[in-house]
Design a protein around this ligand. Structure first.
Ligand SMILES: [Zn+2]
Length: 333
Protein backbone atom coordinates (compact mmCIF):
# COMPACT_ATOMS: atom_id res chain seq x y z
CA UNK A 1 0.00 0.00 0.00
CA UNK A 2 1.46 3.28 -1.07
CA UNK A 3 1.28 6.05 1.50
CA UNK A 4 2.23 9.64 1.07
CA UNK A 5 2.90 12.23 3.71
CA UNK A 6 -0.21 13.35 5.51
CA UNK A 7 -2.30 13.24 8.64
CA UNK A 8 -4.26 9.98 8.86
CA UNK A 9 -7.36 10.20 10.98
CA UNK A 10 -9.53 7.31 12.13
CA UNK A 11 -12.76 8.25 13.84
CA UNK A 12 -14.21 6.13 16.60
CA UNK A 13 -17.53 7.58 17.71
CA UNK A 14 -16.79 11.10 18.93
CA UNK A 15 -13.03 10.52 19.18
CA UNK A 16 -10.29 10.37 16.62
CA UNK A 17 -6.96 8.62 16.40
CA UNK A 18 -4.44 10.68 14.54
CA UNK A 19 -1.23 9.60 12.86
CA UNK A 20 1.30 11.98 11.42
CA UNK A 21 2.92 10.08 8.57
CA UNK A 22 5.96 11.77 7.04
CA UNK A 23 6.39 9.25 4.23
CA UNK A 24 8.52 6.88 6.28
CA UNK A 25 7.11 6.48 9.73
CA UNK A 26 3.93 7.28 11.56
CA UNK A 27 3.76 9.03 14.91
CA UNK A 28 0.52 8.70 16.79
CA UNK A 29 -0.83 11.72 18.63
CA UNK A 30 -2.99 11.35 21.74
CA UNK A 31 -6.61 10.50 21.05
CA UNK A 32 -8.83 13.55 21.10
CA UNK A 33 -12.51 14.38 20.73
CA UNK A 34 -13.69 16.56 17.84
CA UNK A 35 -14.82 19.34 20.14
CA UNK A 36 -11.52 19.48 22.08
CA UNK A 37 -9.62 19.75 18.82
CA UNK A 38 -11.90 22.56 17.73
CA UNK A 39 -11.56 24.51 20.98
CA UNK A 40 -7.81 24.02 20.84
CA UNK A 41 -7.55 25.29 17.26
CA UNK A 42 -9.63 28.37 18.05
CA UNK A 43 -7.22 29.18 20.89
CA UNK A 44 -3.90 28.98 19.07
CA UNK A 45 -2.07 32.20 18.57
CA UNK A 46 -1.56 32.92 14.87
CA UNK A 47 -0.22 36.44 15.39
CA UNK A 48 3.33 35.46 14.36
CA UNK A 49 1.90 34.33 11.02
CA UNK A 50 -0.07 37.51 10.59
CA UNK A 51 3.16 39.40 11.03
CA UNK A 52 5.00 37.04 8.69
CA UNK A 53 2.27 37.57 6.11
CA UNK A 54 2.69 41.34 6.23
CA UNK A 55 6.42 40.97 5.75
CA UNK A 56 6.06 38.46 2.91
CA UNK A 57 3.67 40.70 1.05
CA UNK A 58 6.13 43.58 1.20
CA UNK A 59 8.81 41.59 -0.68
CA UNK A 60 8.41 42.17 -4.39
CA UNK A 61 10.48 41.16 -7.39
CA UNK A 62 11.70 44.73 -7.62
CA UNK A 63 12.88 45.25 -4.05
CA UNK A 64 14.20 41.81 -3.12
CA UNK A 65 17.33 39.86 -4.03
CA UNK A 66 17.57 36.07 -4.33
CA UNK A 67 19.53 35.93 -1.10
CA UNK A 68 16.93 37.92 0.78
CA UNK A 69 14.12 35.70 -0.54
CA UNK A 70 16.02 32.63 0.61
CA UNK A 71 16.52 34.04 4.08
CA UNK A 72 12.88 35.03 4.46
CA UNK A 73 11.55 31.69 3.26
CA UNK A 74 13.94 29.91 5.58
CA UNK A 75 12.63 31.97 8.52
CA UNK A 76 9.01 31.14 7.59
CA UNK A 77 9.94 27.47 7.35
CA UNK A 78 11.39 27.51 10.87
CA UNK A 79 8.30 29.28 12.19
CA UNK A 80 6.02 26.69 10.53
CA UNK A 81 8.04 23.81 11.95
CA UNK A 82 8.18 25.10 15.48
CA UNK A 83 4.85 26.76 16.28
CA UNK A 84 2.42 25.27 18.75
CA UNK A 85 4.54 22.27 19.72
CA UNK A 86 2.21 21.17 22.52
CA UNK A 87 -0.29 20.21 19.79
CA UNK A 88 1.94 19.43 16.78
CA UNK A 89 -0.89 18.58 14.37
CA UNK A 90 -1.13 22.16 13.05
CA UNK A 91 2.57 22.53 12.41
CA UNK A 92 2.65 19.12 10.75
CA UNK A 93 -0.18 20.00 8.36
CA UNK A 94 1.22 23.42 7.51
CA UNK A 95 4.62 21.89 6.78
CA UNK A 96 2.95 19.20 4.65
CA UNK A 97 1.58 21.99 2.49
CA UNK A 98 4.91 23.75 2.31
CA UNK A 99 6.73 20.55 1.36
CA UNK A 100 4.09 19.66 -1.23
CA UNK A 101 5.54 22.39 -3.37
CA UNK A 102 8.46 20.14 -3.97
CA UNK A 103 10.04 21.11 -7.25
CA UNK A 104 13.61 22.18 -7.02
CA UNK A 105 13.78 25.87 -6.49
CA UNK A 106 16.73 27.10 -8.37
CA UNK A 107 16.05 30.51 -9.71
CA UNK A 108 14.69 33.84 -8.69
CA UNK A 109 11.29 33.45 -10.39
CA UNK A 110 10.59 30.10 -8.78
CA UNK A 111 11.50 31.56 -5.44
CA UNK A 112 9.05 34.36 -6.05
CA UNK A 113 6.32 31.88 -7.00
CA UNK A 114 7.03 29.88 -3.88
CA UNK A 115 6.66 33.04 -1.82
CA UNK A 116 3.23 33.66 -3.39
CA UNK A 117 2.28 30.06 -2.64
CA UNK A 118 3.41 30.42 1.00
CA UNK A 119 1.31 33.57 1.34
CA UNK A 120 -1.74 31.67 0.13
CA UNK A 121 -1.16 28.78 2.54
CA UNK A 122 -0.72 31.10 5.52
CA UNK A 123 -3.78 33.08 4.52
CA UNK A 124 -5.88 29.93 4.28
CA UNK A 125 -4.83 28.90 7.76
CA UNK A 126 -5.59 32.31 9.27
CA UNK A 127 -8.85 32.46 7.36
CA UNK A 128 -9.92 29.05 8.71
CA UNK A 129 -9.41 30.26 12.25
CA UNK A 130 -11.33 33.50 11.63
CA UNK A 131 -14.14 31.65 9.90
CA UNK A 132 -14.64 29.05 12.62
CA UNK A 133 -14.17 31.60 15.35
CA UNK A 134 -17.08 33.63 14.02
CA UNK A 135 -19.23 30.55 13.36
CA UNK A 136 -18.54 29.10 16.82
CA UNK A 137 -19.24 32.47 18.38
CA UNK A 138 -22.59 32.67 16.55
CA UNK A 139 -23.44 29.13 17.63
CA UNK A 140 -22.78 29.94 21.29
CA UNK A 141 -24.46 33.33 21.28
CA UNK A 142 -27.69 31.94 19.91
CA UNK A 143 -30.03 30.79 22.68
CA UNK A 144 -31.75 27.51 21.92
CA UNK A 145 -31.31 23.78 21.67
CA UNK A 146 -28.28 22.28 20.01
CA UNK A 147 -30.34 21.55 16.87
CA UNK A 148 -31.59 25.13 16.68
CA UNK A 149 -28.10 26.49 17.09
CA UNK A 150 -26.68 24.20 14.41
CA UNK A 151 -29.51 25.23 12.15
CA UNK A 152 -28.65 28.88 12.74
CA UNK A 153 -25.04 28.27 11.76
CA UNK A 154 -25.65 26.04 8.72
CA UNK A 155 -28.82 27.46 7.20
CA UNK A 156 -28.23 28.56 3.60
CA UNK A 157 -24.53 27.85 3.82
CA UNK A 158 -24.30 24.48 2.14
CA UNK A 159 -21.96 25.91 -0.46
CA UNK A 160 -19.48 27.04 2.17
CA UNK A 161 -19.62 23.87 4.17
CA UNK A 162 -19.23 21.45 1.30
CA UNK A 163 -15.79 20.02 0.75
CA UNK A 164 -14.11 16.79 -0.30
CA UNK A 165 -12.31 14.37 1.91
CA UNK A 166 -9.71 11.91 0.84
CA UNK A 167 -10.91 8.64 2.28
CA UNK A 168 -8.61 5.86 3.36
CA UNK A 169 -9.77 2.30 3.76
CA UNK A 170 -7.36 0.10 5.66
CA UNK A 171 -7.89 -3.57 6.21
CA UNK A 172 -6.73 -4.67 9.61
CA UNK A 173 -4.11 -6.91 8.07
CA UNK A 174 -2.04 -3.93 7.20
CA UNK A 175 0.79 -4.60 9.52
CA UNK A 176 1.53 -1.17 10.80
CA UNK A 177 0.67 0.51 14.06
CA UNK A 178 -1.13 3.14 12.05
CA UNK A 179 -3.90 0.81 11.04
CA UNK A 180 -4.65 -0.74 14.35
CA UNK A 181 -8.33 -1.11 14.41
CA UNK A 182 -10.43 1.62 15.94
CA UNK A 183 -13.72 -0.20 15.59
CA UNK A 184 -13.11 -3.76 16.81
CA UNK A 185 -16.33 -5.10 15.26
CA UNK A 186 -15.22 -4.57 11.70
CA UNK A 187 -12.43 -6.11 9.67
CA UNK A 188 -11.40 -2.74 8.25
CA UNK A 189 -10.82 0.83 9.29
CA UNK A 190 -12.26 3.78 7.53
CA UNK A 191 -10.30 6.96 7.92
CA UNK A 192 -9.22 10.09 6.14
CA UNK A 193 -5.99 11.54 4.92
CA UNK A 194 -5.35 15.26 5.24
CA UNK A 195 -2.60 17.24 3.62
CA UNK A 196 -3.68 20.69 4.75
CA UNK A 197 -4.89 22.36 7.88
CA UNK A 198 -8.10 24.06 6.65
CA UNK A 199 -9.59 20.76 5.38
CA UNK A 200 -8.78 19.10 8.67
CA UNK A 201 -10.51 21.84 10.62
CA UNK A 202 -13.60 21.65 8.35
CA UNK A 203 -13.77 17.96 9.10
CA UNK A 204 -13.32 18.57 12.83
CA UNK A 205 -15.96 21.27 12.93
CA UNK A 206 -18.60 19.30 11.03
CA UNK A 207 -18.14 16.32 13.32
CA UNK A 208 -18.01 18.42 16.48
CA UNK A 209 -21.44 19.71 15.47
CA UNK A 210 -22.84 16.20 15.13
CA UNK A 211 -23.00 15.70 18.87
CA UNK A 212 -24.42 18.00 21.51
CA UNK A 213 -21.32 18.28 23.67
CA UNK A 214 -22.07 21.52 25.52
CA UNK A 215 -19.82 23.57 23.31
CA UNK A 216 -19.88 26.92 25.13
CA UNK A 217 -18.39 30.36 25.18
CA UNK A 218 -17.45 32.14 28.38
CA UNK A 219 -19.61 35.21 29.00
CA UNK A 220 -16.76 36.83 30.84
CA UNK A 221 -13.63 36.23 28.75
CA UNK A 222 -15.10 35.14 25.40
CA UNK A 223 -13.05 31.92 25.15
CA UNK A 224 -14.61 28.63 24.09
CA UNK A 225 -14.84 25.58 26.34
CA UNK A 226 -16.68 22.31 26.79
CA UNK A 227 -19.04 22.52 29.74
CA UNK A 228 -18.99 19.56 32.08
CA UNK A 229 -22.77 19.32 32.52
CA UNK A 230 -25.79 19.67 30.28
CA UNK A 231 -26.92 22.68 32.26
CA UNK A 232 -26.19 25.93 30.47
CA UNK A 233 -22.75 26.96 31.71
CA UNK A 234 -21.79 30.57 31.15
CA UNK A 235 -18.31 30.78 32.60
CA UNK A 236 -15.09 28.87 31.97
CA UNK A 237 -12.48 27.59 34.42
CA UNK A 238 -9.56 29.63 33.14
CA UNK A 239 -7.59 31.47 35.79
CA UNK A 240 -8.13 35.20 35.45
CA UNK A 241 -6.52 36.86 38.44
CA UNK A 242 -3.02 36.77 39.91
CA UNK A 243 -4.29 34.77 42.86
CA UNK A 244 -5.77 32.17 40.49
CA UNK A 245 -9.46 32.97 40.66
CA UNK A 246 -11.33 31.74 37.59
CA UNK A 247 -13.91 33.25 35.27
CA UNK A 248 -16.48 31.10 37.05
CA UNK A 249 -15.56 32.76 40.35
CA UNK A 250 -15.30 36.37 39.29
CA UNK A 251 -17.36 36.43 36.09
CA UNK A 252 -20.95 36.38 37.35
CA UNK A 253 -20.48 39.36 39.64
CA UNK A 254 -18.63 41.39 37.00
CA UNK A 255 -21.27 40.68 34.38
CA UNK A 256 -24.02 41.52 36.86
CA UNK A 257 -22.36 44.87 37.57
CA UNK A 258 -22.04 45.52 33.86
CA UNK A 259 -25.73 44.75 33.28
CA UNK A 260 -26.85 46.98 36.14
CA UNK A 261 -24.60 49.96 35.51
CA UNK A 262 -24.18 49.90 31.76
CA UNK A 263 -27.23 48.17 30.33
CA UNK A 264 -27.42 50.59 27.41
CA UNK A 265 -23.77 50.06 26.54
CA UNK A 266 -24.19 46.29 26.77
CA UNK A 267 -27.22 46.42 24.46
CA UNK A 268 -25.16 48.49 22.05
CA UNK A 269 -22.46 45.81 22.23
CA UNK A 270 -24.92 42.99 21.45
CA UNK A 271 -26.51 44.93 18.61
CA UNK A 272 -23.12 45.63 17.05
CA UNK A 273 -22.22 41.92 17.06
CA UNK A 274 -25.52 40.94 15.44
CA UNK A 275 -25.36 43.77 12.91
CA UNK A 276 -21.82 42.98 11.84
CA UNK A 277 -22.50 39.25 11.67
CA UNK A 278 -25.35 39.99 9.27
CA UNK A 279 -22.98 42.08 7.16
CA UNK A 280 -20.71 39.02 6.86
CA UNK A 281 -23.64 36.75 5.98
CA UNK A 282 -24.83 39.16 3.31
CA UNK A 283 -21.40 39.43 1.75
CA UNK A 284 -21.02 35.67 1.80
CA UNK A 285 -24.25 35.14 -0.15
CA UNK A 286 -23.18 37.41 -2.95
CA UNK A 287 -21.98 35.71 -6.06
CA UNK A 288 -19.19 38.07 -6.94
CA UNK A 289 -16.29 38.65 -4.62
CA UNK A 290 -16.16 42.39 -5.11
CA UNK A 291 -16.68 44.04 -1.77
CA UNK A 292 -19.08 46.93 -1.71
CA UNK A 293 -20.55 49.31 0.81
CA UNK A 294 -21.02 47.69 4.19
CA UNK A 295 -19.73 44.27 3.14
CA UNK A 296 -17.58 42.60 5.75
CA UNK A 297 -15.27 39.58 5.44
CA UNK A 298 -14.85 36.86 8.06
CA UNK A 299 -11.32 37.99 8.77
CA UNK A 300 -12.39 41.55 9.47
CA UNK A 301 -15.32 40.41 11.56
CA UNK A 302 -13.34 37.87 13.60
CA UNK A 303 -10.51 40.36 14.13
CA UNK A 304 -12.95 42.91 15.42
CA UNK A 305 -14.86 40.39 17.51
CA UNK A 306 -11.73 39.12 19.22
CA UNK A 307 -10.59 42.64 20.01
CA UNK A 308 -14.10 43.44 21.21
CA UNK A 309 -14.07 40.52 23.66
CA UNK A 310 -10.75 41.81 24.97
CA UNK A 311 -12.13 45.35 25.22
CA UNK A 312 -15.13 44.15 27.21
CA UNK A 313 -12.84 42.34 29.63
CA UNK A 314 -10.63 45.44 29.96
CA UNK A 315 -13.67 47.65 30.52
CA UNK A 316 -14.99 45.40 33.29
CA UNK A 317 -11.62 45.39 35.04
CA UNK A 318 -11.42 49.18 34.79
CA UNK A 319 -8.53 49.30 32.33
CA UNK A 320 -10.66 50.83 29.61
CA UNK A 321 -12.92 53.86 29.86
CA UNK A 322 -16.55 53.78 28.76
CA UNK A 323 -15.65 55.99 25.82
CA UNK A 324 -12.87 53.64 24.73
CA UNK A 325 -15.15 50.60 25.00
CA UNK A 326 -17.79 52.37 22.91
CA UNK A 327 -15.14 53.13 20.32
CA UNK A 328 -14.23 49.43 20.18
CA UNK A 329 -17.91 48.56 19.68
CA UNK A 330 -18.26 50.92 16.73
CA UNK A 331 -14.80 50.51 15.22
CA UNK A 332 -16.00 48.87 11.98
CA UNK A 333 -19.40 50.58 11.61
ZN1 LIG B 1 -13.62 32.62 30.76
Amino acid sequence: MYLSRGLYVFPNKNKIRRFMYDGEEAIELPEITFERQLVNFLEINLTPFNEALDKLEAYTKENTSTDEFLKVMHAIGILAESFCQDEPVYSFLLCTQFYAYSWEITDFNQLYEYKEYAIEMLRNMIHAQSFFFSVADAYCRYEGTHEEKVNKVFLGRERIFSFQLEQVIAHTDVNTKMFQITNPKLPYNRGYRFDNLPDYIWYIFLHAMEFDVNFSQCDYCGHFFIAKTKKKTRYCDRGRTDDGRTCKQIGPQQIYKLRINHSELLADYDRAINRNYRRVERYELKLDDEKQGKDLSYEEYADWLQSLHAAKLAFMSGELSEEEFREAIHRID
